[in-house]
Structure formats: C-alpha cells, structure tokens
Design a binder for this molecule. Structure first.
Ligand code: ATP
Ligand code: MG
Length: 582
C-alpha cells in the first residue's frame, strides 16, 4: 500500500473523550472512529489488526478441533423465553420488535441460539463432544460505555460453545479452551494472567477470566506469590478474623455527635476500626423493575463490601440492586443515615458478613442520630437473615489457600470461560441418547474472547506503546514494514523505495510506503504513531544504495545497504509474524 493513495488520517490533538493511552492512540493513529457513544468504526489499519487477531483466534480454536459457524445477530425472543433469560437479562439487552410485534434482540451472547441449533441435530453420544464457535458483533447497551473499544455497545466477540456427555468430558473441553486462550493471548503480545472467576448471571459451576495486566484496567485481581491462588476480587474468598472468646459486655448507648463515618466514630471513641460494624443500605427490585425489599448489609468497619458476593447471596441480578434512598428507607425500617446499626432495624433483609458472629463487643450505629451502641454482639443483640462472606479480599490480607499476604493487580478482562453444566440444555431440552438409548441433558461450556477489547488492550501493555505512539507486536501489526521516502519528488529515492517495496512484498512481507508530499518530520511522527514494527528510511544515501533501518521498539537505527536492509526485514518478520501470510 502507498500512503499517498491510502484512506489514512492521523490526529495531532488528543481527542477530548479519550482518557487512557490505548484509546487516545487508536483515535490519534486513525485506526478507529467514533460514531456514537460506545459505537465505533474501524478504519483500514485498525481493521487489518482486528482481522489478524481474529485469525489467531481461529487458528487456536481450529487446532482444538472446534468448528466455526455464523449465526444471525438477530435472535428471536422465544428462544430466550425458553431459557428464562428474556426477562432475566436486564437493560443491557437491545430489544426490538418486528413489523408483527414479535420480540427480538440484538444478540449480547448466543447460548440460546447455539443450544437450539445443536438440539435439533445432535441425538447420540457418538456425536459428542462437539465445540462450535463464531466471531461476530455482539450488542450490549452498557450503562457506562467507556474507554473506546474496552467497553463499547457494539463489539466483536468470539464465542464458542461445547456440548459434552458428562462433567468429565466438559472438563476436557474446558481445559482445551484454557490452553487455546493462553496461546491466543500470548501470540497477541499480551501480558496476562488467568484467574478464577465468578460465574455471574450466565450461571454454571466454574469459570476463569483471562486478565491482561495493566494499570488502566477495570478489573481487579488478587493473587498469591507463595501458592498459585489467583482470582478476581469479586470471587476471592476471605479468611474470617479468628473468633473472639471475650465475655459479652452489657449493651450501652453512647453519644457520638456528628460521627457519620467509621473513621470519625472510631477516632471519637478511641477504638480500632476492627471493633466497629459498618452498614450499607440497598433497595432491590424484581424482574419487572418493581420494588422488592430493603437490604442492610453489615461488615466489620475496616472491610469493604463485595457487591458480587452480596448479589449472589440475595439471589438478585446485578442490575436489580442499588444504594437505598436513605430517607425513604428510614421511614420503613428505622435506619438513620450515618448511624445505622443492626440493633433496632426492622422490616428489611439483614445480611451479615460471616466473621461478625465470632467477634465480640463491637460498636455499631444505634439507629438514632448522633448515637452509637457499644458491646453489640451477634445472637444476643441482633441476627442476620443471611450470614455469609460478603467482604473483599484486600491487598495484604491472608491468602485463603496458604495464608501468605495477598497481592492485588489491575487488568482488562479479555476473555472468560465457563462451565455451564445443564443450565441451558435442561430448560431447552438439548438431550442425547447414551449407549442404552437413555436420554441425558448435554453438559455445556461456553467460552468468550473480546476481540475488539483485546485489540485495544494490546496497546495498553507497557511494552506496546510509548510517548510517541503504538508499538505493535509483529503478529498483529497492520503492516510489518514501513518504508519512508524522505523526498517524495526525488527520483532516486523513489526508485530505491519501490525496489524495496516490491522485494519485500514478493517475500510475503506486508509493507506500506510513505510517499506522501509531507515533510520528513511529519512522516516520522506518523510512522511512530501507527506503530509499524520495522522502519526503513530512504533518504540521501539512496544514491549510494544506503538506507536506514530501525525497529519501532528500539531507539537505535543503523545504516545498511539496500540488500541487507531487505534481508534483515524479511528475517525479523518471518521470525516474529507468528501466523499465516495475509
Ligand atoms: P465485563 O465484566 O467486562 O462486562 P462480561 O463478563 O460481561 O464483561 P462476557 O459475557 O464474559 O463479558 O463476554 C466475553 C468477553 O467479551 C469478555 O471477556 C470481554 O473481553 C468481552 N466484552 C464483554 N463486554 C464487552 C464490551 N461492552 N465491550 C467490549 N468487549 C466486551
Ligand atoms: Mg466476563
């Protein structure tokens, strides 16, 4: 490709809406364009990289014996009625109607469609296991689309579904996908970590997220350096503080004026935050969005509440819970903003963190303005409707497996794999006959990769960008080599550039030539911004057959003969391109 003829435009300014390096760089490099909030179009170079990522995904899936199909983005509501998710899915689903008022959605995922396809054609144990996948746009009306392709409303996902005879067979399919995912993300140049994850609304019995490690990520993971425990913060089990065998002291009400926070009350009373109880108040809703109940959750004062654990304990959807309007809740339950405790609270569901019953003589709000209770004890003074672990595992807390201090890291969830079990096959009647003609529900797994999110996450890796722009790994770079012609009207330079261009092209190297009528400074800036791995500059030396050769990821450049530069470029591209010729 010659840049003088290319549909290509870079931006000097940092676009207003972009906050993180990858999003800024993708927009500035002209790889994507924003159409509306959370909706983007891919420009030629960005699209080339997307296709390369898709191909890596295909190669790794096919290597595990999976087969690619393609289903419609439009999915009939009836299928979602069968699985029970039509009403359960919530506001992220784009629902539409056809001219006859039949309900459809733009697929946010495709368990239902795949289960429907397979239940009609697979009848015997001989046909199992089976793993089929697609790479297609998915639609989710995200509450807060942000960071470009990281959380968009229309995104590209690879979704695979395995259909298995039994749990053991599912374990094998799952392990295959675990390996395939590790290969995909390694080949894409990500620094990543697979971590145990919560199954969330999708259901099932086991799950891993693949997290690309970077400081801008929305996900937080916990890991242990002494053992191999690694999990999302949502999922991480916590070790309860050891039970206290102190005598219960008499309950006492104390005046604590203006002490609305745990910090304020513990300082005022001169007690440790671990001797206090923190209250968090919520309202939950049913599937039609009607009020369900008030919820008060209690954790030790220094702990953080874990929303995923709370939501799972309550059995509500994530979208069906929000912080309570304290004034309204006060009328119904007796809570008092900043002074709520478990004693004196009524008409609401009480969820108590698992370590509180073992702790003695704690301080909690008295449900009265400017008052707290001292010596609050579980069993004697209050009880929970639910008692379970609802706290976050914090950095430095003991590892739930081996007890060593836990570390935290941020990252981007680029993929997730799930053991679904029979959550979809039972309600949708996807069964097979065993050797004795007996019917069994298929045991399913589902496996997703955010292709467009991966595209952007690659750039956020510290090794894949610098202050001048993107540094694409060879495997996913839109082009392998950029030839920059210093003077666009110098015949000798143009002829040498053309020779290199042709020879590289003949050797299956993807090459772009910057022959635009621009100053050299502009061309160099653009070459750095778009991050092509190898740069060959044709300037004054061209008359003597000399060019400059430089790798985007290194600072040093060398002068080489034309032949040597071509040979070196071909060598490095072949060594690093890691995949088919495009
Ligand atoms: P998240 O927790 O980030 O909302 P999710 O767990 O809902 O994601 P899955 O249903 O597991 O996502 O989808 C599979 C993959 O699709 C995710 O691992 C992620 O890489 C990608 N993905 C999900 N939602 C988005 C989105 N809004 N924009 C871009 N990629 C997404
Ligand atoms: Mg996920």
């Amino acid at each position: 490709m010659k840049l003088s003829r290319a549909f290509f435009k870079t931006l000097r300014e940092v676009p207003n809406e972009a906050e993180i390096p990858s999003h800024i760089l993708l927009l500035r490099a002209g790889m994507i364009k924003k159409t509306a909030a959370g909706i983007y179009s891919y420009m030629p170079m960005g699209w080339r990289t997307i296709k390369k990522i898709e191909n890596i995904v295909r190669e790794e899936m096919d290597a595990k014996g999976c087969q690619e199909i393609r289903t419609s983005v439009l999915q009939p509501g009836e299928l979602w009625e069968e699985s029970g998710r039509w009403s359960a899915y919530g506001p992220e689903m784009w629902r539409i109607s056809d001219r006859n008022d039949r309900g459809f959605c733009l697929g946010p995922t495709a368990e239902e469609i795949f289960t429907d396809i397979v239940r009609n054609d697979i009848t015997s144990y001989r046909q199992l296991p089976m793993n089929i996948y697609q790479i297609s746009n998915k639609f989710r009306d995200e509450a807060r689309p942000r960071f470009g392709m990281m959380r968009s409303r229309d995104f590209i996902m690879k979704d695979a579904y395995s259909f298995n005879k039994d749990e053991a067979c599912l374990d094998e399919s799952y392990n295959d996908m675990f390996e395939a995912y590790s290969n995909v993300f390694r080949r894409c140049g990500l620094t990543f970590r697979p971590v145990e994850a919560d199954n969330g609304a999708i259901g099932g019995t086991g799950s891993h997220e693949f997290t690309a490690l970077c400081e801008y990520g929305e996900s937080e993971i916990c890991y242990c350096e002494s053992c191999d425990m690694a999990t999302t913060v949502e999922k991480a089990a916590c070790v309860d503080a050891p039970a206290d065998d102190a005598e219960m002291k008499p309950l006492e009400k104390v005046n604590t004026p203006g002490t609305k926070t745990i910090e304020e009350v513990s300082e005022f009373l001169g007690i440790d935050q671990t001797q206090t109880i923190k209250a968090l108040l919520f309202t939950t809703y049913d599937e039609d969005g009607n009020f369900k109940e008030y919820v008060a959750a209690f954790v030790r004062g220094d702990r953080e509440l874990n929303m995923t654990k709370l939501v799972n304990a309550l059995g509500v959807h994530e979208y069906a819970i929000e912080f309570a309007d304290e004034e309204k809740m006060a009328q119904a339950t007796g809570c008092v903003g900043g002074f709520t405790g478990p004693v004196g609270l009524h008409d609401c569901k009480i969820v108590v963190d698992s370590e509180l019953p073992g702790l003695k003589n704690l301080c909690a709000g008295a449900c009265e303005t400017d008052y707290h209770m001292l010596n609050v004890n579980y069993g004697r003074d209050y009880e929970g409707d639910i008692v379970t672990d609802i706290k976050n595992l914090k950095e430095g807390d003991p590892c739930p497996v081996c007890g060593a201090p836990i570390k935290h890291a941020r990252g981007v969830e680029v993929g997730q794999i799930f053991k679904l079990g029979t959550k979809y096959s039972v309600p949708m009647g996807a069964t097979y006959k065993d050797e004795n003609q007996k019917d069994h529900p298929m045991v399913m797994g589902c496996y997703g990769i955010g292709v467009s999110r991966t595209f952007q996450a690659i750039i956020d890796m510290p090794q894949n960008h610098d202050e001048n722009g993107i540094i694409w790994p060879m495997s996913v770079a839109p082009y392998h080599v950029i030839i920059t012609v210093m003077k666009h009207n110098d015949e000798t330079q143009l002829a040498v550039a053309e020779e290199i261009y042709k020879k590289l092209g003949a050797a299956c190297v993807e090459v772009i030539m910057d022959d635009r009528k621009e100053r050299p400074g502009v061309k160099f800036k653009d070459a750095d911004l778009i991050g092509i791995p190898v740069a060959i500059t044709v300037g004054r030396g061209a008359a003597d057959g000399i060019v400059e050769y430089k790798l985007r990821r290194e600072a040093d450049k060398v002068e080489l003969s034309v032949e040597d530069a071509i040979a070196k470029a071909i060598d490095i591209v072949n060594a690093e391109k890691d995949g088919r010729c495009f």
